[in-house]
Structure formats: structure tokens, C-alpha cells
Design a protein around this ligand. Structure first.
Ligand code: BES
Ligand code: MN
Ligand code: MN
Length: 465
């Protein structure tokens, strides 16, 4: 693909104004928009307003819509007045920053630190997803600055509940179907292959999330007076959840693997990517992998379902000793789903697994926090081919097709409600520490992302549909 003179100018403009783009991102990162925490509702609203004002500043028609949860930011630009309309999605909410003491600098005071790719920004949300959604906004800015308009009509949708289940998203899509109608949805909330190799993600895992509490005695008991003679819900719960996997890492929930398909061709393609297993483990501070016997790490993460405890609590966890048998014990369990598995069926079987092991005198209560399928994105779409070719103009290496272990349930909602497929072009790396202390994003990849979006948007405008 030969680069047009205009794109060349846009790319140069991006480089010349990179410092200002970084400063705008840092301002965004200073707003602690922890969408899941009501104590941060005001901050989350401020982040929505901030994103809205960045878009209006570009003369886009931007609105911040209140919902029963966090606000939705929607903006439109007619571009040159014709051409395929592209929907851009991102999320301005971030994960909670705790445990705070494990950060080297305060999570909402962006710090510039020297990393393997040069300077990087350390802050909650730098990679997931403020840094990534800023890349397309900055690409719009560059196009407007150089040519006065964006090459195609665009619609932007930014939500503030992605990290907490996107409860408001589906009702919003139903109410705004016409306004959001587009040919394709472009999302930057996934990863690259490595720092120099761009990637398009074509498979996402889904997620089934259950909180379960085992109730026993009517109240907390003295562990000397009652211990040994009555049920201890913590002992019982830990014994039950320890049976979720066998010694080979196989999940024991009934029918769990029934609908899991193995795509030999895909596994072969992934095999050719030459994944650096040791490097991946190193980003987790580990030397060895565990999981289903006889499978590679990529296969385990990209194509196999999981069952993980995310939290477990009950009884006394304060300082010193308190001799007590707790009245109840709780845990949070998440199962990552792969395409073709029915998440409802898995949720019900997980509950049955726990129910079937209920000790005498106990009962369970459940709370569901999500039930979404794994997703395949079409690999033969002209959008994917166009995006892939366009990125050839800003990267030395060819774009590869990858899977991910993470989930973006909204991709399913866009498909179902708006009838649009998503194009997942992300710029994260495993070393970004998303959801963890010291989350970071390199300025080099921020730049690559802005430049890639600038190139892709021009290419979308040149597509013969
Ligand atoms: N951006 C991530 C998903 C992701 C992570 C994709 C890593 C590719 C690589 C997203 O913000 C996220 O964290 N999703 C949640 C979904 C859940 C809250 C329903 C996840 O995967 O845990
Ligand atoms: Mn994200
Ligand atoms: Mn996330």
C-alpha cells in the first residue's frame, strides 16, 4: 500500500504534536473514574464530561447521556458527508486501584517512567482503556488539523461500566439503534503481538461469574465451645471449591467441556507465531505454567475454558487471633468461556456442582455477575483486510491475527442489537499490568496507536463497498 501525501502529513502532524497528545491523556488519567465504586460516581461523571469535551473541541456533536448507571458519551461527525460510517467504542471507567501500597507512584497521578520501550506512563487506566480510546480521538484531531475533516463519517460511543458488567449498555443500544447505525465497530481495548508487531484479535473468551455464600450456623460461634461438633462453613466451602479441578487441571463441573471445540487449523496458525512462553511467564513473575496437561500456554489462554476463584472470605481476618466459627463463607468464581459453549448451561451446572455438595444443615445463596459467551470475529471481512493493510504503512512488521484470554461482552451486544461486527485493533501488551498495581502504557505504543488509527480511517474511506 503506498502512503498518500495527505496521510504522510497527518502522520507527521501526529509526531510533531505528540507531547500535547500525551498531556491530554495525562489530564484524563488524573480523573479517578472507578466506575464500579459509588464513592467515585462524581469522578466517573467528570471523566465522561472530559471525554465529551475533547470530542466537542473537535467540532463533533457530542452528548453525555445520563443512564441509571454511568453516563454514555456519544459523538458524531459527518466526515466528508458520505462514505461508510464507523462506530468507535471505548470505556472511560477504570478498575479500582487497590492495593494502593503496591503502587510505586499514586495511581491517579500519571508518572513518566523509563521502560523497555522508552518512556511509559504509569497510571490506572493508562492501557485499559483511556490510553487506547484516546488514540482514535487523537487520530481524528490530526486529520481535522491537517485537512479540516475526518475521511469518513464516524460515531463515537464511550461507556463507563465496562469493568463492572456494562449493565446500561444493552438498554442504551436498544434506545439508540438508529443513531448508532454503522458498518463496523472499531475497538482498541485488546493487545498487540509484541511491541513492534501489530495484531487484530479475532477470538475473545466470554465470562460466567458467580458469587456464592455457604450459610451454616445462625451466628458466629466460639470455636472452642462448638468446634469439632458443628459444621464450619469455611472448612466446607474450601473443601467443595477444591474439587472444581482434578489433579490434571480438568474442570469437574458436569458437561463443562461438552461444547468446547478444537480448531486444529487455528492451533497450527497460532503455533507459527512462535510465542515466547518464558517471556509471558516473566510478566507474571513466574517460571512455569500450570493448567490442562499437554497444552501450550497460547492454547490454554486463547482456546480453553477456565474456572478460577477470584476471591474468598469469611470469619475473622483482622490482626491477631479470634477463635470463631463463622456463620457463613463466601467466594467469587469466574469461568472464562470459549466460543460454542453455552454460558447459561455452564452457570447452571456450576450452581448444581455446589448444590450437590451442600453439607447437612447448610444452604447456598448466589449472586450472578455476568453470563456471556466466547466470541469469534469474522476473519474474512473486508474491514479486517483493509485495517491490516493500512497498518502496514506505520509498522515494519505485518499485522498478525491473535486470540485473547480476556473478555469484551459488548462485542456480542453490538452484533446482536446493532448487527455490526467489531474490529479489535488493540495496542496493549501483557506487561502493561492492566487491572494490577503500576498499570502502564508506553508512549511509543500510544504513538503507534494514534498513527495506526489515522492510517486505518483513511483506508476505510477508500474502500469500494
Ligand atoms: N480490556 C479488557 C479485556 C481484555 C484484556 C482484552 C486483556 C484483551 C486483553 C476489558 O477491560 C476487561 O477487563 N474485561 C473484563 C470483562 C468483565 C468485566 C466482564 C475481563 O476480561 O475480565
Ligand atoms: Mn478494557
Ligand atoms: Mn479491563
Amino acid at each position: 500500500m503506498t502512503t498518500t501525501e495527505t496521510l504522510q502529513q497527518v502522520l507527521s502532524w501526529i509526531d510533531e504534536h505528540l507531547e500535547e497528545s500525551v498531556t491530554r491523556l495525562e489530564d484524563f488519567l488524573r480523573i479517578p473514574s472507578v466506575g464500579t465504586d459509588p464513592a467515585h460516581d462524581e469522578d466517573t461523571r467528570k471523566a465522561a464530561e472530559f471525554a465529551g469535551s475533547l470530542l466537542s473541541e473537535l467540532d463533533m456533536k457530542a452528548r453525555v447521556h445520563p443512564t441509571t448507571g454511568q453516563p454514555m458519551v456519544v459523538a458524531h461527525d459527518d466526515g466528508p458527508g458520505s462514505g461508510p460510517r464507523i462506530l468507535y467504542y471505548g470505556h472511560y471507567d477504570v478498575q479500582p486501584a487497590d492495593p494502593l501500597e503496591l503502587w510505586d507512584s499514586p495511581p491517579f497521578e500519571p508518572a513518566r517512567v523509563e521502560g523497555a520501550e522508552g518512556p511509559m506512563i504509569v497510571a490506572r487506566g493508562s492501557a485499559d482503556d483511556k490510553g487506547q480510546l484516546m488514540m482514535f480521538i487523537e487520530a481524528f484531531r490530526a486529520w481535522k488539523a491537517v485537512t479540516g475533516s475526518i475521511p469518513v463519517p464516524v460515531c463515537v460511543l464511550l461507556e463507563g461500566e465496562e469493568e463492572s458488567g456494562s449493565d446500561s449498555l444493552e438498554p442504551f443500544l436498544h434506545e439508540h439503534t438508529d443513531e448508532l447505525a454503522s458498518e463496523v465497530c472499531v475497538i482498541s481495548d485488546t493487545g498487540m503481538w509484541d511491541a513492534d508487531t501489530p495484531a487484530i484479535t479475532t477470538r475473545l473468551r466470554g465470562i460466567v461469574y458467580l458469587q456464592a455464600t455457604l450459610h451454616g450456623p445462625s451466628h458466629d460461634l466460639h470455636s472452642g465451645v462448638y468446634g469439632g461438633a458443628v459444621i464450619n462453613p469455611i472448612n466446607a466451602l474450601t473443601r467443595i471449591v477444591s474439587q472444581l479441578h482434578d489433579d490434571d487441571g480438568r474442570i469437574q463441573i458436569e458437561g463443562f467441556y461438552d461444547d468446547v471445540e478444537v480448531d486444529e487449523q487455528l492451533l497450527k496458525e497460532w503455533g507459527q507465531l512462535n510465542f515466547d512462553e518464558a517471556g509471558f511467564l516473566d510478566t507474571a513473575g513466574l517460571k512455569s505454567s500450570t493448567g490442562e496437561a499437554g497444552r501450550s500456554i497460547l492454547e490454554r489462554v486463547w482456546s480453553r475454558p477456565t474456572c478460577d476463584l477470584n476471591g474468598i472470605w469469611g470469619g475473622y481476618t483482622g490482626p491477631g487471633a479470634k477463635t470463631v466459627i463463622a456463620a457463613e463463607a463466601s467466594c467469587k468464581i469466574s469461568c472464562r468461556m470459549v466460543p460454542n459453549q453455552d454460558p447459561r448451561k455452564v452457570m447452571d451446572s456450576l450452581k448444581s456442582f455446589l448444590e450437590a455438595r451442600t453439607p447437612e444443615g447448610c444452604r447456598w445463596s448466589f449472586e450472578e455477575h455476568g453470563c456471556n459467551p466466547g466470541i469469534c470475529v469474522p476473519t474474512d471481512s473486508p474491514w479486517l483486510t483493509t485495517a491490516r493493510n493500512a497498518m502496514g504503512q506505520v509498522f515494519q512488521n505485518e499485522t498478525v491475527l491473535i486470540g485473547t484470554g480476556g473478555s469484551l461482552p459488548i462485542v456480542g451486544s453490538f452484533q446482536e442489537i446493532l448487527g455490526v461486527d467489531s474490529l479489535l485493533v488493540g495496542f496493549g501488551l501483557d506487561s502493561d499490568r492492566v487491572h494490577s498495581p503500576n498499570e502502564n502504557f508506553s508512549i511509543a505504543r500510544y504513538r503507534h496507536g494514534i498513527r495506526s488509527h489515522a492510517a486505518m480511517i483513511e483506508a476505510f474511506g477508500q474502500m469500494q463497498l
